[in-house]
Design a protein around this ligand. Structure first.
Ligand code: ZN
Length: 465
């Protein structure tokens, strides 16, 4: 297999142990792994056998992680707008859309989600679960992305926050059995590009028995559990009313807290519970745009600086087209920094470098993938995001990390590489047919929204002629 060399990179952001930024840098990739990192002049190029990408006018960084993406919610874009976060958004909007989908909708949604992520420079996502794990896996096969999938397990039809849609919950045995089959089938598939974990969509809609069994199965299979927790105030109240305690205390009691647990949102964690997260090395994914869009209060009430102080691994997630409403991890980086500056009235509370760690090495830690991913170092897998910096919002460049977080966005992505394979080059996605996909998505989304009865929710309040 020919070597792939990326040379003349203006800024090569390694996120290695020393956090080196190499000017006029080069990367050499062989058989999907990085075999050399350095200055362009230090790399020998054989023009007869090597494929060479010119990195002039580009910034390269380790492949970007988006650690909270609901592939299946892509066709419902806008259905969560102006909905109160807990009882209204989840129970009357998002889950209603998911409950009305068929497999064709799910495959189309996952393809569309992954095109949106590739175009935003994302190489790896974590999906908190749906009833369409196989369709999400099929889209990963086609798109060439790296990802983690999970199968939804709900075993309670009634909660303090509301009722789940018909067909959206199962008896405990069936839920656990199907989730276990899915993990057995997909974990490690697609040459290791795919992980399959257990899902805990929302703790208040999962029985104690279900959660205990998920913890045991995850340990047996050697995989993780991904789930939402402390997402909004309604959910905290619901957990206290039903179980007499908040999510984290309950999860600790049931044996779920551990280094293989990735918790999403976490804005309403009780400060008294933070030490449990530290003791168990629990991983966390923040979703600032979903919080701002849905008035969750995770930015204003969250404990992000305190979690960082405790050494917890924090990463960033876009959530979904029905919550965020876009899949762009680099925009999340600005929001997590800017949001905290505003919430804490302190422009020094979080630096842009910390946000870039969340996008890269800490994303890898959260997905238990940091042995192979998260930095551009010899021996690691070749997942690379290259951004075009010959754009007005990038100029001039004094500090490339500050520009990346404060000025850039995912739309600056030019080239995306996973396992040494090029998924997008020069802004053109090479793995999926975007034009056909957009036409199919529009048709399917119209029909889906009609079936859910949410047409009035998504339409403009201004007259459309
Ligand atoms: Zn979510």
């Amino acid at each position: 297999m020919a070597r792939l060399i990326i040379a003349n990179i203006d800024y090569l952001v390694t996120v290695d142990r020393d956090r080196r930024i190499i000017c006029d840098g080069a990367l050499v990739i062989q058989d999907g792994r990085i075999v050399a990192v350095g200055k362009t002049g230090e790399v020998s190029i054989d023009k007869t056998t090597d494929e060479v990408i010119d990195g002039r006018g580009k910034l390269a960084l380790p492949g970007v992680f988006d650690t909270h993406v609901h592939n299946a919610q892509q066709l419902g874009r806008g259905c969560g707008d102006e909905a109160y976060s807990g009882p209204e958004r989840l129970f009357r909007r998002l889950w209603v859309v998911e409950a009305h989908m068929d497999k064709g909708d799910a495959l189309c949604a996952a393809r569309l989600a992954q095109v949106e992520m590739i175009r935003a420079g994302t190489t790896c996502f974590a999906d908190p679960g749906s009833y369409f794990a196989a369709e999400t896996a099929q889209a990963v096969k086609e798109s060439g992305m790296r990802g983690m999938i999970a199968r939804t397990v709900f075993d309670m039809g009634q909660t303090v926050m509301g009722s789940l849609p018909k067909g959206f919950f199962e008896p405990t045995d069936e839920a656990v059995g199907r989730a276990d089959e899915m993990v057995a089938e997909f974990d490690g598939a697609l040459d290791g590009r795919l992980k399959a974990w257990f899902s805990m969509r929302v703790p208040v809609a999962c029985s104690d028995d279900l959660l205990r069994r998920l913890a045991k199965l995850a340990e047996k299979r050697g995989v993780g559990i991904i789930g939402h927790a402390c997402e909004n105030r309604d959910e905290v109240i619901a957990s206290h009313l039903k179980y007499g305690m908040g999510d984290i205390t309950r999860l600790e009691k049931l044996g779920l807290l551990g280094p293989n647990l990735l918790l999403l949102h976490m804005g309403w964690v009780d400060p008294k519970e933070l030490h449990m997260l530290q003791k168990r090395d629990v991983k966390i994914s923040l979703a600032p745009s979903a919080s701002m869009h849905q008035a969750m209060g995770n930015v204003s009430h969250g404990k992000t600086p305190e979690m960082l102080e405790l050494g917890l691994a924090l990463s960033l997630g876009s959530d979904s087209a029905m919550s965020s409403n876009y899949l762009d991890a680099i925009r999340q980086a600005f929001l997590v920094v800017g949001g905290l500056h505003e919430a804490r009235l302190d422009p020094k509370v979080l630096r842009p470098e910390t946000a870039v760690e969340m996008l890269t090495i800490n994303g890898a830690r959260c997905m238990l993938w940091d042995d192979d991913l998260g930095s551009l170092e010899v021996g690691k897998k070749a997942d690379v995001t290259m951004l075009d910096i010959m754009r007005p919002e990038w100029q001039p460049v004094h500090n490339p990390i500050a520009n990346l977080v404060y000025c850039a966005h995912g739309g600056c992505a030019d080239t995306v590489i996973v396992d040494g394979k090029i998924l997008m080059r020069g802004g053109k996605v090479l793995t999926l047919n975007e034009h056909d996909l957009y036409e199919e998505a529009q048709d399917r989304a119209k029909s889906l929204i009609k079936r859910t009865g949410l047409e009035d929710v998504v339409k403009s309040i201004w007259p459309m002629h």
